[in-house]
Structure formats: C-alpha cells, structure tokens
Design a protein around this ligand. Structure first.
Ligand SMILES: *Cc1c(COP(=O)(O)O)cnc(C)c1O
Length: 245
C-alpha cells in the first residue's frame, strides 16, 4: 500500500523529482488561474498522497503544499502521527465506508467523498459527539460509472436538501472524478456542467451550506479543470511521480 522503506539515495531522488514537479505544477496552476480571471492563491492545490511515504509528503509540505488528501482510512491513520500538519490541511478524498468514519473525525479538515445520506448522518453524529463540525463535499459521479462512488448529477439538489439540516456537517461544495478514458473535450463538458451547478446552488443560499469549493481535476487535466472553474485540484502523480502499488 505504501512505498517501502526508502534508502537515503532513493529518498533524495524522490525529493528532486518532487521539487521539480512542484515548481512546474504550481506554475501551471497559477497560469490557469490567471487565464480564468482569478488569482493563483484562489486555487487550492491538494497533493494526493496515496502510496507516498511520510518523508516525501513532509518534504512536499516544506516546499509549500498546504493541503494533502488521502484515499484510505487505514493508510491515513498509519501516516497521520508522523505528518507535519501544523501548516497543512489533511483531507479525505477516497471512498468512505460508514463504519470507518469514527477513525477520521478530528483528523481531517474535510471529507470530499460524501455520497450517501447514511454516510452524511454518520459523519454528523460522530462530529457532534466529539464537538466538531466537519466540512464535507458532495461527490458527484458525473459519468454515471458503476465502478465509482458519488451521487448522480441530477440528484445534487435533493441530496443537498436532505443532508444540509445535519448539524455536525457543513457542506462546502462539490467534488467529481470524471471518466478517465474520455477525450479532453468530453471531460471539459463535465467540468463546465459541474461549475454551472455550483453557481446555481450557490445562488440559492441554503441554510447550513457554504459553497466554497469545486474540487475537480487531477494530474491529466487539472489545467482544464481550473479553466472550467475548479478552485481545488487534486494532483498526485504529476507531483510525486508514477505510483508504485
Ligand atoms: C489518486 C487520486 C487523485 C490524484 O490522481 P493523479 O492522477 O495521480 O493526479 C485525485 N483524486 C482522487 C480522489 C484520487 O484518488
């Protein structure tokens, strides 16, 4: 699951790759922000850190990464105590089972993958018990893929209405992972539809909802996602190099 223990030399090599990549990705994010009429600092670059070892993640934080996202509860918990998180948000971006919510609450500043009422209820209940309000994003399965989590695009409003009264969560926006095998034009259309929906629900000013984030775009398409209106991109391999499982 995680990278094996790395030798000094391997670690150095990883740091070098990361430093170069971080510079490139940051520049591309900034350019795309400006091109779409925003400021570079309006865009959150979340480093997707699955399989990445703790020293490499901490190096990314040193370089300036202010937000990381993990996919698996177990992996996050294994790494958590060693991560240097005083100036960095830690978020959860993977599929979440209801029975694992207890392990996450209090550790992560946001859960990006809320896609069922039951899951939202559990996050809320545990958060209330522990005196937290947990920020969440609604995950949208924009390509209606069987293999993926997320509610359907058409269900966003009704889902929002159902979960927004829960007092232990605050809905901060939408997240999506479009189908990987589409051409970039189809992907762009998905991104644009998501942005339009975000604007629509923002206009409605619903209670207990503070729509701040549109999380979409990964290594292959983060520039296009920003140009379509994303203000959070989740980038893994373009920062850390190819993942080894
Ligand atoms: C792994 C992952 C990413 C990053 O993927 P890359 O293609 O490596 O940038 C983004 N979002 C989620 C939910 C992921 O699991």
């Amino acid at each position: 699951m995680m990278e094996n223990w790395l030798s000094e030399e391997e670690l150095k090599a990883k740091f070098t790759v990361l430093e170069d990549n971080y510079k490139i990705v940051s520049e591309r994010v900034a350019e795309a922000a400006i091109k779409s009429g925003r400021k570079p600092e309006d865009i959150t670059l979340l480093a997707a850190t699955k399989t990445v070892s703790v020293p490499v993640i901490n190096r990314a934080i040193e370089l300036g990464v202010t937000c990381i996202g993990e996919n698996k509860v177990q992996e996050l918990c294994q790494k958590y105590d060693q991560l240097h998180l005083s100036n960095c948000d830690c978020q959860f971006i993977g599929h979440l089972q209801t029975n694992k919510v207890k392990q996450l609450i209090g550790k992560v500043s946001m859960i990006q993958s809320v896609d069922s009422i039951r899951l939202a209820q559990e996050i809320s209940t545990v958060s209330v018990q522990r005196g937290f309000v947990t920020s969440v994003l609604i995950e949208v399965n924009i390509g209606k893929e069987k293999s993926k989590g997320g509610i359907y695009f058409e269900q966003i409003e009704s889902f929002l209405a159902e979960i927004s009264p829960l007092s232990g969560i605050v809905v901060k926006g939408l997240m999506t992972i479009p189908p990987a095998d589409e051409n970039i034009f189809t992907t762009m259309r998905y991104f644009e539809n998501m942005y339009q929906k975000l604007v629509d629900i923002k206009c409605k000013k619903l209670d207990n909802i503070s729509i701040d984030y549109l999380s979409m775009g990964m290594s292959a398409d983060y520039v296009q996602a920003i140009e379509a209106g994303a203000n959070m991109v989740r980038v893994g391999s373009a920062l850390f190099g190819q993942r080894i499982y």
